[in-house]
Ligand binder design. Structure first.
Ligand code: 5AD
Ligand code: SF4
Length: 478
């Protein structure tokens, strides 16, 4: 085992004033054809940042001549891009690694790679070193540009290796990308997070907040427009703090949205927004620009002020509700969704009721809800908890009941309306039915033809359910 660098959470916590350096990626011309005649499979866990990273890793693998398979038994290279946000996500990965052990016995040349946020955790790497010795490469989130070199090393030298650095301030441009969709694209606008919410591991696994130079973002989106892409989703852990790290420059996320909206891409989405940085200027851009979608994902996490304070969220329930109010005033049809954690240490029943109250007032049309999961190395992991597992689960159940009402209400308002749907492909459940998303990010099943895939078509909503809408295409200009 070649251990080049192991994760170091203490180092990962550091934030210096060092300027951000932009480097341009160049592939190593001396490494070619590693994968000719071989197959690969990538498993992606977690958030969109991971999905975007997987598209880069996939491009690097394809460049080497590997072809894709969806069967683990056929794969010569298996890459697991992991998520560290909750223990359940981690357990899934360890389960998978355990299952792959027997496969590795049958096919010892198969290369097993662990990438993503879990690699950045000390505990994961120790566990791999002791219990999952069949893993060939462990690489961190900052080491993606080096992946081809690692693959070459492992395949040629027949060694295993770990390289996980906790670098602060580099951005790589011109990384290759094998996008999964022909009409929807992820566009990273920033990396890392400096918020340090006390429950969250992301600032440690993804490093210092750093914004991509706007010139690179604009160029990437221009190319996507030329290629016929219909929708982009701008990605960052907190897109509203985009540009705050540019020294001596005043260029905000709202400015970036305006510039990108001018490029005439039909749809622009963005995620995730931290409530504390959501400016009125940004609300105006969403309200005024037709190609900026009226769906805002605005994680609240809790409705209790003492809990919010303990979480280090930097806003109160009242401030959050005031923001939601300002959004609805300027964008009356906005669809707001959120993330909520229940069972945070110290959360009392009264605190939880504050969350329920906030959910009612904010009129969320959807929410990802979670039971708090302690993450080693974060401040909250040291808080003494007063909530039992059973209580937390009970709260989650009650919260979900309420949240589901919001999903339904959010869908009901579209009954008999004509909405625009970007058709993505065949629906999961029925033959001859296609599915896609509306501007408000509602899932619609529509009876149309293959010809509509990749296009935005007008659809009349005929049936409303909690999780989806049914509709029929309407002729345009009618
Ligand atoms: N436990 C439970 N949920 C968490 N999240 C982040 N960290 C934790 C944790 N330790 C949730 C937050 C965040 C979403 C991506 O995951 O709600 O917004
Ligand atoms: Fe985690 Fe908070 Fe950063 Fe979101 S804003 S990634 S919850 S630390």
């Amino acid at each position: 085992m070649d251990i080049r660098n192991k994760p170091d959470l203490k180092q990962a916590r550091r934030r210096s004033k060092q300027p951000i350096i932009t480097k341009e990626y160049q592939s190593n011309p001396t490494i070619q054809n590693l994968g000719v005649g071989k197959k690969f499979l990538i498993q992606t866990h977690g958030c969109q940042a991971n999905e975007a990273d997987s598209e880069i890793l996939k491009a690097m693998i394809l460049e080497q001549g590997f072809t894709q398979t969806d069967k683990v038994e056929d794969a010569d290279l298996i890459l697991i891009n992991t998520c560290a946000v909750r223990e359940t996500a981690e357990n899934k990965v360890f389960g998978e690694l355990g299952r792959l052990k027997s496969l590795k016995k049958i096919n010892p040349d198969m290369i097993l790679v662990v990438a993503g946020c879990m690699s950045q955790e000390e505990a994961t790497v120790e566990r791999i070193l002791t219990k999952y010795k069949h893993v060939d490469i462990v690489l961190g989130t900052h080491n993606i540009p080096e992946f081809t070199n690692y693959l070459n090393y492992v395949m040629v030298e027949k060694k295993k290796m770990i390289e996980v650095v906790s670098e602060e301030g580099t951005i790589f441009e011109h990384l290759p990308k094998a996008r999964d969709s022909r009409f929807k694209a992820w566009v990273n606008i920033m990396y890392g997070c400096d918020e340090f919410c006390t429950y969250c591991i992301v600032p440690y696994t993804r490093g210092k907040e750093r914004s991509r130079r706007k010139e690179y973002i604009i160029k990437e989106v221009k190319t996507l427009v030329e290629m016929g892409y219909q929708e982009i989703t701008l990605l960052g852990q907190n897109v509203n703090s985009y540009g705050l790290d540019f020294e001596g420059e005043d260029y905000s996320f709202a400015d970036l949205l305006r510039d990108l909206s001018d490029l005439k891409i039909p749809r622009i989405r963005f995620t995730t927004s931290h409530p504390k940085d959501f400016s009125d200027d940004l609300i105006d851009v969403i309200a005024l620009r037709e190609n900026v979608m009226p769906h805002i994902h605005l994680p609240v996490q809790s409705g209790s002020n003492p809990v919010l304070k303990k979480m280090n969220r930097k806003y109160t329930k009242e401030q959050y509700l005031d923001l939601v109010d300002r959004i609805y005033k300027k964008i009356p049809d906005a669809s707001i969704t959120t993330d909520i954690i229940v069972g945070f240490p110290t959360e009392t029943e009264a605190d939880f009721q504050e969350t329920m109250d906030l959910v009612r007032q904010a009129k969320f049309e959807g929410a990802y809800t979670f039971v708090y999961s302690p993450r080693k190395g974060t401040p909250a992991a040291k808080y003494e908890t007063t909530v039992t597992n059973q209580e937390a689960k009970g709260r989650l159940y009650r919260l979900n009941e309420l949240v589901n009402e919001g999903y339904l209400q959010g869908n009901i308002r579209f009954k008999d309306k004509i909405v625009k749907v970007l058709v993505e492909g065949l629906s999961k459940t029925k033959d001859n039915v296609f599915s896609g998303y509306t501007e408000h990010n509602k899932l619609v099943n529509v009876k149309c033809t293959e010809a509509s895939v990749g296009k935005i078509i007008p659809v009349k909503i005929t049936k409303v359910k909690t999780w989806s809408l049914d509709g029929e295409p309407v002729e345009e200009n009618k």
